[in-house]
Design a protein around this ligand. Structure first.
Ligand code: PHE
Length: 341
């Protein structure tokens, strides 16, 4: 009997595919599922089977009946409304995939909002930039050895008499002079966040990365203002118990210049396995060099200023709780990595 059931099922499905009109399908329905149809005839035969057999064959027959009911309904609809309009409202919908902002974009927004709260204006300056803004106006004339630190990509462009060749900005300090030219009369409170490019690639460097550059120019701006601003940022971005420390350093465009460190969040500056000496290096800072102010059209007798420039990726990697072993992962487009943030 099992074979008989299978045969009826296959026969019915084959005929359904052949059916060309809804009426033809209806005729098939009567042949198979009608009161005197083939399925019912078999149901009647079940009585003669032994209990165990009856159970098994009965269940097979029920399945076959369900399949036929479903397929007949489906084929009828197809022929009546066309394949595309067949719509089963009981099938669960497909959820649209909802993405989120990249970790670095999130950080850029967070950094901007921290500085905007204390009166900084977020700006962006060209990422393909003149040599003049990237180096020359910052006390690094052509062939100056200090340029070597910024492993620069040069653009194959025509040279300009005043502005020189074009480069991919190796740091956001190129926005300093541009901002002075834009504002003209201080106060200036700029936060410039942009892509930077250098010929470097390893676990903690990618050829494209981001920096955020602060520039404040006004009357009587001192190192105390710089230190206060850095502490404010460290506490708001990393946590209220963090502090910054200034270490003497050298940059061509600031004097005095500093490297800024932040107290280790684990040992609170006592020294531990992670930080070794209690402090972690954040980035550069200093008081704007008088000749840089002059290059930006600002009178260094009247005004002073400070600047700092740090890597966005660097501060993200140092954020407590994020343990990113390799910077390159950020730009690998591996969704399994990116979806975590
Ligand atoms: N531009 C410097 C760098 O890329 C950082 C810096 C910015 C230093 C502003 C001093 C002042 O390393």
């Amino acid at each position: 009997m099992r074979e008989e059931i299978q045969n009826i099922r296959n026969e019915a499905l084959a005929q359904l595919i052949e059916a060309k009109t809804a009426d033809e399908v209806e005729r098939l329905r009567i042949i198979y599922l009608g009161r005197n149809g083939k399925v019912n005839k078999l149901t009647k035969k079940l009585k003669s089977l032994k209990t165990q057999e009856k159970k098994e064959v009965g269940s097979l027959l029920n399945d076959t009946k369900d399949t036929l009911i479903f397929q007949i309904g489906k084929r009828k609809n197809q022929l009546k409304y066309g394949v595309r309009q067949w719509f089963d409202p009981t099938i669960p919908g497909k959820k649209p995939v909802i993405g989120h902002l990249h970790l670095i974009t999130q950080a850029i927004e967070e950094i901007s909002s921290i500085f905007e709260k204390i009166g900084f204006t977020r700006v962006r300056y060209p990422e393909v930039e003149w040599d003049y803004y990237a180096f020359e106006s910052l006390n690094m004339p052509k062939d100056h050895p200090a340029r070597d630190v910024w492993e620069t990509f040069f653009v194959d462009s025509k040279k300009d008499k005043k502005y020189g060749q074009m480069v991919l900005t190796p740091h956001t300090s190129s926005g300093q002079i541009r901002e002075m030219e834009r504002i003209k009369n201080p106060p200036i409170r700029m936060i410039n966040i942009a892509k930077c490019f250098r010929r470097e690639l390893d676990a903690s460097h990618t050829p494209m990365f981001h920096q955020f550059e602060g520039l404040v120019i006004d009357k009587d701006i001192s190192i105390a203002h710089l230190k206060g601003t850095l502490d404010y940022f460290a506490k708001n971005y990393f946590g209220p118990e963090r502090k910054t420390r200034l270490r003497p350093f050298h940059f061509q465009f600031t004097e005095p210049s500093f490297e800024v460190d932040i107290s280790c969040g684990i040992c609170k500056a006592k020294g531990c396995k992670v930080c070794k000496e209690g402090w972690l290096e954040l980035g550069g800072a200093g008081m704007v060099y008088p000749s840089v102010l002059k290059n930006g059209g600002i009178d260094p007798q009247k005004y002073t200023g400070f600047a700092f420039g740090w890597g966005v990726e660097r501060v993200v990697m140092m954020k407590p709780g994020l343990n990113i072993p390799d910077l390159r992962l950020l730009y690998s487009s591996d969704l399994r990595f990116l979806r975590q943030f």
